[in-house]
Design a protein around this ligand. Structure first.
Ligand code: SAM
Length: 306
């Protein structure tokens, strides 16, 4: 988040800076919570933020869970990302890969081997521009987040994850439906209407009885979900991947109609009756690639690729 002209155009970008959030995505989680109230539960104790950098969701979690000193005592938030993150109050950060089984063990260790009440994931892999490959990698990342969530969530827990409403999304809804009582596809107003991005809100974790999720290196998604039954008293095993029935999840638009439209351009002067003043970034990048480039330039070693 830089000191740029986006300030003038994207209201959520501007508002994030004004309110001290590191990224505009904070408003996506806030608007989802306005609808589903998953962060308002006084019994929420252990929370995991997957793919958390630069950390605006963790900031929301920290502000929500630690606003009341009486309920804050035994609460814990763990944020995981491949990138390093600058510290956030009340948040333990882990630089790790969510697709690796060791990450699960590290989170459980931080929770003293107790299960989590809430897991969220706003994961997005680096895009290559090859549409099919990007869609596949994104799908794999969602499945990794789901696998980790099933191993760490306690019964009744909630899982919220970013999804892209692509070709096979109905299959994902039905897979989630095996594990959670309620599955909703939600679109906050701060998420651009022109983007396929949405969020899957899975409530009341209730895995089939007898199914023990276990993460192993080299295990495929199919192997992981082997033996995951449709209902506790039926034997309809999830069969070959292509035979999985496809469901439609209810769709929910989040954020009131008077909240800002993320596809629109607003003029902050008109809204606030003030001359426009560009705001500084909330958090400087921890280890940006340009730092290395500047070092090379200083030493006269920066060469242009031919
Ligand atoms: N929710 C964050 C916030 O509010 O600041 C923004 C998350 S950003 C859109 C997506 C993040 O996913 C990136 O920081 C990226 O490093 C992370 N990511 C992608 N693949 C990952 C993986 N396998 N393990 C951990 N993090 C991953």
């Amino acid at each position: 988040m830089g000191k740029s002209s986006k300030d003038k155009r994207d209201l959520y970008y501007r508002k994030a800076k004004e309110q001290g959030y590191r990224a505009r995505s904070a408003f996506k989680l806030l608007q989802l919570n306005d609808e589903f109230h998953f962060l308002d539960d006084p019994n929420l104790k252990r929370v995991v933020d997957l793919c958390a950098a630069p950390g605006s969701w963790s900031q929301v979690l920290s502000r929500k869970l630690f606003q009341d000193k009486h309920t804050a005592a035994d609460r814990k938030i763990v944020a995981v990302d491949l990138q390093s993150m600058s510290p956030i109050d009340h948040v333990t950060t882990l630089q790790a890969d969510i697709t690796h089984p060791r990450t699960l063990a590290r989170i459980l260790q931080l929770f003293g081997d107790q299960k989590a009440d809430f897991v969220c994931s706003d994961g997005a892999p680096d895009v290559t521009g090859l549409h099919d490959l990007d869609e596949y990698v994104q799908q794999q990342l969602i499945m990794s987040a789901l696998q980790l969530a099933t191993c760490i969530l306690k019964p009744g827990g909630t899982f919220v994850a970013k999804i892209f409403r692509g070709r096979d999304i109905d299959m994902l809804y039905s897979q989630m439906g095996y594990l959670f009582e309620r599955v909703t596809c939600a679109k906050p107003r701060s998420s651009r209407g022109t983007s396929l991005e949405a969020f899957i809100v899975c409530q009341q974790y209730n895995p089939p009885s007898g199914w023990q999720p276990r993460l192993d290196v080299g295990q495929s998604v199919q192997e992981f979900f082997q033996g995951c039954f449709r209902g506790s008293d039926t034997a309809a095993e999830v069969g070959p991947w292509n035979d999985v029935p496809r469901d439609i999840a209810p769709f929910m638009a989040c954020g009131s109609l008077d909240s800002f439209d993320s596809d629109a351009t607003y003029h902050t002067q008109e809204l606030q009756d003030l001359p426009h003043r560009s705001l500084d970034p909330v958090q400087q990048p921890t280890n940006p690639p340009y730092k290395h480039a500047l070092e090379l330039k200083r030493k006269g070693k920066l060469t242009r690729a031919v």
